[in-house]
Design a protein around this ligand. Structure first.
Ligand code: PLP
Length: 450
């Protein structure tokens, strides 16, 4: 690659021309961009040849690991055969249609249809409109408001960022847009007070019922949440939370949306997060692990209840993207799913490596400044705490996590930090000895930070 793209002054060119997502550009330009050159398995290599264990799978997405030639071959074949065609005007391509069949076959009996998008954000925009179209078609056009959660993350488009509950995003661009309201998050460690996790899980789930009462059931279209909050810090809800949410949505005739952009495609040891928690959503936006990030593709799984109305009552649904069902992205996704199936990666996470990871990651809770270290499958969150006995958080959480992250990085491990929480989501192909290495460096980084 370095032959194709000379490296000598790439950082300077980047500073001069490239605006990065979610970045303080002045600071980034001063620090200098890291240039990632190549990847192999769970490792990435930067332009200085330094090797890192990628404990974050890129951005929660490289589920099958880096450097899979099978994907490159499938992409090249499709690229040569048909690089692009649209799905708007009565047309499709083979990989697109076969992918629709394959993905829905993994999502349980309630899902038989998918609407393709280019990203997770677009997937969230898509169900947001589809939900309102659905309610209008069944004679309840006033059912428009969507209830979401504080500190949820559903993308960066205007609707996605509005559905998300990140204050720092709402502050930029005057969000949320009308018709979206937020309730609390099931973050027991930070907000549970004297309640047990089980009591707290019920309490925050019942905020949904209270909000429906306040708004009037006849005005509420849907409730959206990630099965496990990712960007907020891998916040695993108490066991009581999801069953109560599922009950409330059914009892009050509110559509349930589980945002599976991170949890989908094996991360929790099931194909989808809603299967892990045993709930029955009406929509499930997906992306990331659908192609393991090799090419951009997303979609919304649409339950039969909605699809029947959309197909038989609505007529034109005036929505779509140039890259909806892009044939080359679909070919990459199909091959990715073939690999996940063939290598039994979902089962591997459930029965083997996820359990091993839980043991090793969980042991980090023994550290003096770790309040808890939890995981499901290969998605782990770790709470840094000033006093673990009293569950006291650091007064200023922001630099604490970054400090640990930077120490880990210096020692060759990529972890993400969000305030006072550390986040891990390694590729599903990670080996036992690589989990050991992750835990070893994470402990080293925790020790170095104090
Ligand atoms: N939903 C969730 C739960 C996510 O974590 C993300 C991205 O991290 C998105 C939606 C947005 O996906 P994308 O960045 O592909 O638009």
């Amino acid at each position: 690659m370095s032959d194709t793209y000379p490296l000598s002054n790439l950082a300077a060119i980047d500073a001069a021309h490239h605006l990065h997502p979610f970045s303080d550009m002045k600071k980034l330009n001063a620090d200098g961009t890291r240039i990632i050159q190549r990847g192999e398995g769970v490792h990435i290599f930067d332009s200085h040849g330094k090797k890192y264990l990628d404990g974050f799978a890129g951005l929660w997405c490289v589920n099958i690991g880096y450097g899979r030639k099978e994907i490159a071959d499938a992409v090249a074949k499709q690229m040569n055969e048909l690089p692009y065609y649209n799905t708007f005007f009565g047309t499709t391509s083979s990989p697109t249609t076969l992918l629709a069949e394959k993905v829905t076959s993994k999502a349980g009996p309630r899902f038989n249809h998918i609407f393709f998008t280019g990203s997770g954000s677009e997937a969230n925009d898509t169900w947001f409109r589809m939900a309102r179209v659905y309610w209008a078609a069944v004679g309840k056009p006033q059912k428009k408001t969507v209830i979401a959660r504080r500190n949820g993350y559903h993308g960066s488009t205007v609707a996605g960022a509005s559905l998300g509950g990140m204050k720092y995003m709402h502050e930029q661009g005057d969000l949320p847009i009308p018709g979206i309201v937020h309730i609390g998050q099931p973050y027991w460690y930070g907000e549970g007070g004297d309640l047990t996790p089980a009591e707290f899980g019920l309490k925050v789930a019942r905020e949904l019922e209270a909000k429906i009462d306040e708004l009037g059931e006849e005005n509420v279209a849907a409730f959206v949440a990630e099965p496990i909050q990712g960007a907020a810090g891998v916040i695993i809800p108490p066991e009581t939370y999801w069953p109560e949410i599922d009950r409330i949505c059914k009892a009050r005739n509110i559509l349930l949306v589980t945002d599976e952009v991170i949890c989908g495609f094996g991360r929790l040891g099931e194909w989808f997060g809603h299967q892990y928690f045993g709930v029955e959503p009406d929509f499930a936006p997906i992306a990331k692990g659908l192609s393991s990030g090799y090419l951009p593709i997303g979609g919304v799984l649409v339950s039969d209840r909605i699809a029947d109305v959309l197909i038989n009552e609505v007529g034109d649904f005036n929505h779509g993207f140039t890259y909806s069902g892009h044939p080359v992205c679909a070919a990459a996704a199909l091959e990715n799913l073939r690999i996940i199936e063939e290598e039994k990666l979902v089962e591997r996470v459930r029965d083997d490596i996820g359990l091993y990871f839980a043991k090793k990651w969980g042991a980090l809770a023994e550290h003096d400044f770790v309040g808890e270290a939890e995981s499901i499958g290969l998605m782990g969150g770790l709470q840094l705490a000033a006093d673990k006995k009293t569950r006291t958080r650091f007064e200023k959480p922001d630099p604490i996590g970054s400090l640990v992250r930077n120490h880990a990085l210096a020692n060759g491990l990529v972890l993400r930090a969000t305030g006072d929480r550390m986040l891990a989501s390694p590729p599903l192909v990670i080996r036992h000895e690589e989990v050991d290495e992750m835990a070893r460096i994470a402990k080293l980084a925790l020790d170095a930070a104090w």
